[in-house]
Design a protein around this ligand. Structure first.
Ligand SMILES: Nc1ncnc2c1ncn2[C@@H]1O[C@H](COP(=O)(O)OP(=O)(O)OP(=O)(O)O)[C@@H](O)[C@H]1O
Ligand SMILES: [Mg+2]
Length: 365
């Protein structure tokens, strides 16, 4: 049964009608490859769950089409779609044991008893819960409950696995562990998976490709690296990681060289960047690509397009790095300075030198 190619074409959905209608999904088109681990990433209210519920069939779009492996499911009810969904709160039956919870969907399908028993055992082994079959949900940790919810969904062998913020009830450490387990399980099964999250780190670390959503619109679709290194617009640049925008005037010189005059100085843009210059684009730089030191002139000055004096306004210690907010020539910048046991930590009010290398500059429209 493997494949599981999902195609959404020009999906639109509004809640309410007339003047009070709110458009929640606007012209959503995307295509997900068989076996892909695909994320819908966006802030709260951006329409992620709404889109997932349309794919599951719990809700219907007012315009557009959804197909799975070429067949139109836009109007097909959920029980005829062969799609498994794991909800944020797991929705386990509290009065049933783990094995009963997992068997539930199989019993609904009236499979022979022996087959149900075998499938339940297999899928519990798959998620590492073979020894927990007789427990009830309230005798399990959050991570174990999450695995029961996953086992219950996988037991019916769906063509698509839909996960709505499945890890958000777990504490930070367990979340990291579970997202790795989820990824390796998904790889082993090769099941097309759509994963909803508002956590960019979760999406970047777990998924093959990500659709970034804001206000019901897909802002960009790409691999984690594409989104991070070549964000399509300001929203994506800011939502996937942190970025500094540097205001400036862009000038095209005769010989094809493009200059930017900004408060920090006037720089020529590398050819790779200047080809992307469009009206309204701004120069941007990631916090970890700016160097910071106390020398008057930074030692690797030759490598830097921009070298400016700055003052530390604020700092946050984050373990692996220290995040500084600085002011430099009237600009405010965020700089992430990698932290080693012997590395210097700068104080609020301290004067420092910042270096930005040419190849760290990005243009974002
Ligand atoms: N039944 C409903 N009636 C009216 N508006 C709704 C309904 N369900 C959702 N909305 C609105 O639709 C928008 C998108 O909601 P949705 O649940 O898809 O967001 P989300 O991206 O999943 O957010 P979160 O990260 O908070 O779960 C929100 O503004 C929400 O208020
Ligand atoms: Mg949601």
């Amino acid at each position: 049964m493997k494949p599981g190619r999902v195609e959404c074409k020009n999906i639109a959905l509004a809640y309410g009608s007339g003047k009070s209608a709110t458009q929640v999904l606007k012209d959503i088109s995307l295509s997900i490859e068989p076996g892909e681990f695909f994320a819908l990433l966006g802030p709260s209210g951006s329409g992620k769950s709404t889109l997932l519920r349309l794919i599951a069939g719990f809700n219907f779009a007012q315009a557009g089409q959804i197909t799975v492996d070429g067949s139109d499911i836009t109007r097909v009810p959920p029980w005829q779609r062969n799609i498994g969904m794991v909800f944020q709160n797991y929705a386990l039956w509290p009065h049933m044991t783990v094995e009963k919870n997992v068997a539930f969907g199989l019993e609904e399908r009236k499979l022979p008893r022996a087959e149900i028993t075998r499938k339940v055992q297999d899928v519990l082994a798959l998620v590492g819960l073979a020894d927990f079959a007789k427990r009830r949900p309230n005798q399990l940790s959050g991570g174990q409950q999450q695995r029961v919810a996953l086992a219950r969904t996988l037991a019916v062998e769906p063509k698509l696995l839909l996960l709505d913020e499945p890890l958000s009830n777990l504490d930070a450490k367990l979340r990291v562990q579970m997202r790795q387990e989820l990824k390796s399980l998904q790889r082993r099964l090769g099941i097309t998976t759509i994963f909803v999250t508002h956590d960019q780190e979760e999406a970047l670390t777990t998924c093959d490709r990500i659709a970034v959503m804001d206000q019901g619109v897909i802002q960009q679709i790409g691999t984690p690296i594409e989104l991070f290194d070549a964000p399509a617009n300001r929203f994506v640049a800011n939502f996937v990681g942190t970025i500094n925008f540097i205001e400036g005037e862009i000038e095209h010189a005769r010989d094809g060289v493009t200059f930017v005059s900004m408060l920090l100085g006037r720089v020529s843009l590398p050819a790779s960047v200047s080809t992307q210059v469009v009206a309204g684009a701004s120069l941007a730089v990631r916090p970890h690509t700016i160097s910071i030191n106390t020398d008057v002139i930074s030692p690797d000055r030759q490598r830097h397009t921009i070298d400016v004096a700055g003052t530390i306004l604020e700092r946050e210690f984050l373990g692996e790095f220290v995040r500084y907010r600085l002011s430099a020539k009237g600009c405010e910048l965020i700089v992430d300075h990698s932290h080693q046991p012997e590395s210097e930590i700068f104080a609020t009010g301290q004067n420092v030198t910042l270096g930005i290398a040419e190849n760290a500059l990005r243009l974002v429209s």
